[in-house]
Design a protein around this ligand. Structure first.
Ligand code: GDP
Length: 295
């Protein structure tokens, strides 16, 4: 994960490790390399610039120039800032409703259906949670089939209604069905499209308004870099969602989405997807991610 970024940051910071004492010029050169590494990882220019400015201020404030091990101190400062940039603390999803309704949003192919299954499985394994999956994609019968396959795989019931082409009505009926089954979590999978368009946005906004979910999650493919951040912005403008799910972090992702998304939409990344299997889900911990990036 983020191998290229890790290598470049390691190289940038390594230069300082050899020095007993460093100058402001050493710091400036190192931070230039750090900024270049972030830009190469597809972090947007403004964020990369602000990041290195903050690191510089902290480094000088903490007397990095006179410390005995300037390299170590710089790594720590960069790590702390990277953690802050990605959200600070890990954030839970709200499961206080009865049932708790979780609405999934995102483009087609982002990994919504797969993640809906992973989340249901994750919650089911907590023992106190009994989830129901609801299929609200009325355009692609294959999407409904896919959710049923996932549900069968993890032993979670799936509600669908192939005769109905109103996603709001299906979502509402799904919640009623969950109540009748005694399910305490309802995960609603919705239709996505290949790009942001008005019809999709209106549809998800209508579902959101009608069911007032405890948690609205935006699912995004981390491989799409800056596009991931732009799509997040478009969905957040309409839904004011509660959290981001970053999928496909097992692939050759450069890291830009993970690093930038929180500061662009000011919403936490709550989970990550790290594979196609139902078990490939992790709670997102900014500090652990920063540790991974900086080795
Ligand atoms: P949806 O259209 O948003 O519902 O997307 P899907 O759940 O159908 O996922 C699209 C493709 O991405 C499928 O082939 C999934 O197996 C794959 N996928 C989803 N999440 C991950 C992930 O975390 N890692 C990898 N490698 N593939 C994933």
């Amino acid at each position: 994960m983020f191998d290229n970024l890790s290598d470049k940051l390691d190289k940038a910071l390594h230069v300082l490790k050899g020095h007993g004492q460093i100058t402001e010029i050493n710091v400036a050169e190192t931070l230039k390399e750090v900024r270049r590494a972030l830009l190469d990882a597809d972090v947007n220019f403004k964020i990369a610039k602000e990041f290195t400015n903050t690191v510089k201020e902290k480094a000088l404030g903490q007397n990095v120039l006179t410390t005995l091990q300037p390299g170590q101190l710089m790594v720590k400062i960069v790590k702390d800032e990277l953690t802050q940039l990605m959200g600070g603390d890990a954030e839970d999803i709200d499961l206080t409703g009865n049932p708790s309704v979780i609405l999934m949003s995102g483009l087609q192919g982002s990994g919504k259906t797969t993640f809906s299954g992973k989340l249901a499985n994750f919650l089911k394994n907590k023992k106190t949670k009994k989830p129901l999956l609801v299929a609200c994609d009325v355009y692609r019968p294959a999407a409904i089939d896919q959710l049923h396959v996932v549900g069968e795989q993890i032993g979670v019931e799936v509600y669908s209604d192939r005769e109905n082409n109103d996603p709001v009505a299906i979502a509402q009926a799904g919640i009623a069905h969950a109540k009748s089954l005694g399910c305490n979590v309802v995960i609603i999978d919705t239709a996505g499209r290949l790009a942001v368009d008005e019809q999709m946005m209106n549809e998800i906004a209508n579902i959101h308004k009608a069911i007032q979910p405890q948690e609205t999650l935006f699912v995004v493919d981390s491989m799409t870099g800056q596009d991931a951040v732009n799509t997040a912005k478009a969905f957040n403008d309409v839904l004011n969602f509660d959290g981001v799910i970053l999928t496909k972090l097992d692939g050759d992702t450069r890291g830009g989405a993970a690093i930038s998304i929180k500061s662009v939409v000011d919403k936490p990344i709550k989970f990550i997807g790290t594979g196609e299997k139902m078990e490939a889900i992790d709670v997102f911990h900014p500090s652990r991610m920063a540790d991974r990036i900086l080795g």
